[in-house]
Design a protein. Structure first.
Lengths: 317, 325
């Protein structure tokens, strides 16, 4: 007679139960902290701007529809002043929210996606794949990736040719920036996930899954991935901030798309019009403040999440 | 420090530089237009002999791998980076050298100021954790961290140059000015340098302060600090002779790792102030699609960062006996 198999799953669940409940707990913890709630509030406001900009300031003003004074200071009619073409800075800044946030979001998805994929595979499979992948990751960590991003963006643009085509409603010029940011910033995510997976795979639940015949793919997808989710979310929040900064800087040095203004693009335009030298502070303060606020909010939320999820930091306060 | 430690670090650095050169080669071939046109730039009236000579020198008649790659690596190592499109076919190496010194001046000084201020601020706020300076410093550091360097520069320019007229708004020296003596010239450069330098230092101070603060806090939990307190040493003595030397260690490598990010800032600050360094050169090269120069900048900056990291690793090995393996 063969004894019936022990009910392993009951004593230690293969995947964490109540994953949804965990997310709600984290959110509640986040909103209870001052830094977390301030960060979330700022991000909610800007997300609303990004989703329905026209609701607040009407359609995006162009050279043709602009009717304000040239480089006019803030007035009752134009609370944030106007640019050198007579467009309202309030209108431009609110509309730029969408471009900046969408580029940041897509770049974050790519960065985190590649980072998690490489990190889990590298940590679980190990061996030669791990050695090669981590060499490449180290290479990207050491490299001045921003300079690489500049060169890559410029070269890819010339290879692709016309950048005004649209793919899924997003202009190619912006997609190139998204891909370049993703390709140049995945390495730290991969490093973090890998080290977590290295410790996870020594744990009993992975052994059990292997013993009952789960394939490596199943283990990585169903057992390891859910267990690094916390880490991934905290990392993604900080990555988002970095992506927005990178996009802003790339646009500022002239790699943005003038017909699709992002905050960086507006800052570049103000620099080109030598607004700081002319004392036209209203040209660069609104988009600049938007960048700083959003990045600051992401950093606050990221730090708060880190405090909540990282027990070591929680203990030390 | 063992020979093995040094050897391994050297190997890593050489390998990384190898990958950079390989990447540069691949990018170089991806670009539109035939390679010899890229190499010769837009020099007008290139005779067929020159064209042929170039093709031979770079091995463009031969297959891509290995011949062309070997030729490329060979000439790159020899400092031959091709010719600039934008600057009437001047050699890229000469163009880079001309723009390197202003950047070195600005960022060398900026790093020194930021390291001194940042480490001091970070050490103090970590030591007096929860105090007034800590709270203010933390807030300011976080905001500075979220601010792109160029934005900081635009603000300073607005207030101190176009508002208060204390400093000139652009360039490295007054255009067409005759200097009485070397000192006069130095003053002029100094006045032009003040605002960009302040921008760079401010941008960096926040990062270094955050690093140093967490390093000090980490160190304060060590047993030897408790021992030092138990021996009855004064607070100041514990900080100076026990906490600080150990807390400084991680910052050595972090400063080097940070260098890659600093360079991104370098490029944008120079644009705001029209400082004639590598950053301004990058934008000019982008506008005129001067790929040889762009690649030269990439090569120069990334190799610099690799060497900085190597230096930091070796320095760390000397300073911290625990890693001499």
């Amino acid at each position: 007679m063969i004894a019936p198999p022990m009910p392993i799953a009951q004593e230690a669940p293969l995947t964490p139960r109540r994953r949804g409940a965990g997310a709600i707990t984290v959110l509640r913890e986040l909103l209870r902290r001052p830094n977390g709630s301030i960060g979330v509030a700022i991000l909610v406001i800007f997300s609303v701007f990004a989703i329905v900009p026209a609701l607040f300031v009407g359609p995006l003003e162009t050279v043709i529809t602009a009717d304000g004074p040239r480089l006019g200071p803030p007035s009752a009619e134009y609370p944030f002043g106007t640019d050198e073409l007579g467009r309202s800075m309030l209108n431009l800044t609110v509309h730029a929210t969408r471009i900046s946030m969408v580029i940041g979001l897509l770049a974050t998805l790519i960065t985190v996606g590649v980072g998690v994929f490489v990190g889990i595979l590298s940590g679980y499979v190990g061996g030669r794949f791990d050695a090669v992948a981590m060499r490449i990751a180290d290479f990207f960590l050491v490299m001045p990736t921003f300079v690489l991003a500049i060169v890559l963006t410029a070269v890819i643009r010339d290879v692709v040719g016309s950048v005004s085509r649209e793919i899924a409603g997003i202009r190619l010029s912006l997609l190139i920036i998204v891909v370049v940011i993703g390709l140049t910033s995945w390495s730290s995510t991969a490093r973090i996930i890998r080290s977590q997976v290295l410790s996870l795979k020594e744990r009993a639940f992975v052994d059990r899954a292997r013993v009952i015949g789960a394939s490596p793919g199943h283990i990585m997808l169903r057992h390891l991935l859910p267990n690094v989710t916390n880490l991934v979310v905290a990392n993604a929040v900080l990555t988002f901030a970095g992506a927005i900064l990178t996009e802003t800087t790339l646009s500022f040095i002239g790699l943005g798309d003038p017909s699709q203004p992002s905050w960086g693009q507006l800052l570049e335009a103000s620099q080109r019009a030598s607004a700081p030298g002319l004392g036209a502070w209203w040209y660069f303060v609104p988009p600049g403040a938007a960048v700083v606020l959003v990045v600051f909010a992401f950093t606050l939320v990221g730090n708060a999440l880190d405090e909540i999820m990282n027990p070591r930091r929680r203990a030390r306060g | 420090m063992s020979v093995r430690y040094v050897g391994r670090r050297l190997m890593t650095a050489v390998l990384t530089i190898g990958m950079i050169v390989l990447l540069n080669f691949v990018l170089f071939r991806m670009m539109p237009g035939s390679p010899e046109r890229i190499l010769l730039g837009r020099i007008p009236n290139v005779s067929s002999e020159v064209l042929q000579a170039t093709r031979e020198r770079w091995g463009l008649d031969k297959p891509l791998v290995p011949d062309q790659f070997v030729a490329y690596v060979g000439s790159t190592l020899g400092g031959d980076l091709g010719f600039s499109y934008g600057e009437r076919g001047r050699p890229v190496a000469a163009v880079l050298e001309q723009h390197l010194w202003p950047t070195l001046l600005l960022f060398g000084l900026g790093e020194v100021v930021a390291i001194i201020l940042g480490l001091a601020l970070g050490a103090y706020s970590g030591w007096r954790r929860g105090g007034l300076i800590d709270h203010i410093g933390n807030g300011v550091s976080l905001v500075l961290y979220a601010t792109p360097y160029f934005l900081l520069g635009m603000g300073l320019l607005l207030v101190f140059a176009s508002g208060l007229h204390w400093f000139p708004t652009f360039g490295m020296s007054d255009v067409g000015r005759q200097y009485k003596d070397a000192f006069d010239q130095l003053i002029d450069i100094g006045r032009h340098l003040a605002l960009p330098l302040a921008t760079v230092s401010l941008g960096l101070v926040g990062q270094y302060a955050i690093l140093m603060r967490s390093s000090v806090i980490e160190t304060m939990t060590e047993d030897y600090i408790t021992t030092a307190h138990a021996k009855g040493l004064t607070e100041g003595r514990v900080l100076r002779s026990h906490a600080l030397p150990n807390a400084l260690l991680p910052t050595v490598s972090l400063v080097a790792i940070n260098l890659g990010y600093v360079i991104a800032g370098a490029i944008t600050v120079e644009i705001v102030f029209n400082w004639p360094g590598l950053g301004t050169l990058t934008v000019e090269a982008l506008e005129s699609r001067d790929y040889p120069v762009l690649q030269g900048i990439f090569l120069l900056l990334s190799v610099t960062v690799v060497f900085a990291n190597l230096a930091a690793d070796l320095l760390y090995g000397i300073l911290d006996p625990r890693v001499r393996t």
